[in-house]
Design a protein around this ligand. Structure first.
Ligand code: TRP
Length: 450
């Protein structure tokens, strides 16, 4: 049933698919979330489990997800419906698409709030508010931001509008042009900051924290967070990568492309970790500061370095850009579905999706201030959304994708579309997808939720 094109358009080249998928993968997950959950979970052992999850579960599932998208050439919901029919299996497999749509709304709702923090920091840094701040002052600035629902609301709204502006313009005019410019700049700035971090006295202490592992420090909670983060950071389990796969030209090798995206994503996370922990240890900060880690630590470094105001503003601009190229992929699956199945214009679909996510985002905003004592299972609204999506819904989505492609689709169809030949690579992917990924996910989910 392999179609050659989609009604939404196609990426104009292999590189654009790589940039788009990397743009989706590299985001707040790498720069904001990875460092703080590593700090909360004790460092090295957590990083090791995370890397194993990326290699043994994330990459194989990502190949499967791209493959599904390129086979179906539609939004994840319609792709899954069509493939289930074509393969003559239970139509309920379309549930992968529906569940992904739900996760997409939930993640986009809080993602936009956090990206709003980055926008806020672009302004405060550029205005020189953070020049020469001490670690304590930087912490206070951050707390003051969280304490103000209106400021958070303003930036959340601004970010959601930015997301809609791109998604409403479609694949080629919107997504491609944005990504081509932003990704290279992000890599350049990270390299610059890494060079700076290297000059700090705490660099090697940070390095040790990230890479020397003591398995005793790892809790079963840590394992589920590591697995969940592997999904979150690679944009898996929700259909985002499936949607992007639907726009992938037919002659591109899925396996090689996915490997490259996985490597880029991991590299950015590790570099972000090295930068942040160098600053943390050089300034006597707490690695386990939680979600504010990035925003509390970096201004301290920017305040001390030459041209700090400039470098700092640029950095937060790029964090916002990285978040931007990710948030569009959270909205794309549902927007594409609404265009296909509800006959909406892209513009209207984007507005509706954005509005729903914007309203949901209010819960996250309030969970940092007025509703900070509203809790579910001892977690705030934000923490609940984060846990439910990253640690439950995404791995579950990934499990279903692995089982579907590994066990329910005809092997010959899969092999043709994967186009990896019949060599070692293909065999390796088959085995990880059919056995290691599903068993690994099921085991971690079961233990983590028990
Ligand atoms: N991967 C992105 C990040 O690390 C977030 C993201 C974008 C995402 N699209 C997704 C997460 C789809 C899960 C599913 O910031």
């Amino acid at each position: 049933m392999a179609e050659q094109s989609s009604i939404h358009g196609l990426w104009r080249s292999r590189w654009l698919f790589i940039l788009a998928a990397a743009g989706s993968a590299v985001g707040l997950g790498n720069i904001w979330k990875f460092p703080y959950i590593t700090g909360e979970n004790g460092g090295g052992a957590f990083v090791l489990v995370y890397l194993l999850c990326i290699a043994l579960i994330g990459v194989p599932v990502m190949i499967a997800e791209v493959l599904l998208g390129r086979t179906g050439r539609q939004s994840p919901i319609n792709t899954m419906t069509a493939i289930a029919k074509d393969q003559q299996v239970n139509p309920a497999w379309a549930g992968i698409g529906w569940m992904g749509a739900l996760s997409g709304f939930l993640i986009l709702s809080f993602y936009s709030v956090i990206a709003g923090w980055a926008l806020n920091y672009v302004c405060t840094t550029a205005m020189g508010v953070l020049d020469g701040v001490s670690a304590a002052q930087s912490g206070e600035t951050f707390s003051a931001l969280l304490a103000s629902p209106l400021t958070l609301l303003f930036w959340h709204s601004a970010f959601m509008l930015l997301t809609l502006a791109i998604v409403s313009r479609g694949v080629n005019k919107g997504l491609e042009s944005a990504i081509k410019l932003l990704m290279p700049m992000l890599f350049a700035l990270l390299a610059l900051l890494l060079a700076y971090a290297f000059t700090l006295e705490g660099f090697w202490q940070g390095f040790d924290f990230l890479f020397s592992f003591d398995l005793n420090k790892l809790s079963s909670d840590g394992v589920i967070v590591a697995l969940g983060h592997a999904f979150f950071t690679l944009s898996l389990g929700l259909g985002a990568i499936m949607a992007y796969g639907a726009y992938m030209p037919a002659n591109v090798s899925i396996g090689k492309t996915v490997l490259l995206v996985g490597l880029l994503d991991t590299l950015v996370a590790l570099v972000a970790g090295l930068i942040i922990f160098a600053i943390v240890f050089s300034n006597g900060l707490e690695p386990s500061a939680g979600p504010g880690l990035l925003f509390q630590t970096l201004p301290v470094a920017f305040g001390q370095m030459p041209f700090g105001t400039l470098v700092g503003s640029l950095f937060f601009i790029l964090v916002a850009f990285a978040a931007w190229s990710s948030s569009i992929s959270l909205a794309e699956p549902v927007v594409a579905w609404a265009v296909e199945s509800l006959g909406m214009s892209r513009m209207r679909a984007a507005i509706v999706v954005g509005l729903v996510a914007w309203v949901l985002g209010l819960g996250t905003i309030l969970s940092f201030n007025l509703w900070s004592d509203v809790t579910l299972f001892g977690k705030t609204i934000f923490a609940t959304l984060d846990f439910l999506t990253a640690n439950i819904l995404l791995p579950l989505g990934g499990l279903l994708i692995a089982v579907f492609v590994g066990w329910r689709m005809k092997a010959s169809d899969v092999q043709t579309e994967a186009d990896m030949g019949s060599g070692v690579l293909y065999a390796l992917w088959r085995v990880t997808l059919r056995y290691i990924a599903p068993l690994g996910i099921a085991f971690v989910l079961y233990n983590g939720l028990k």
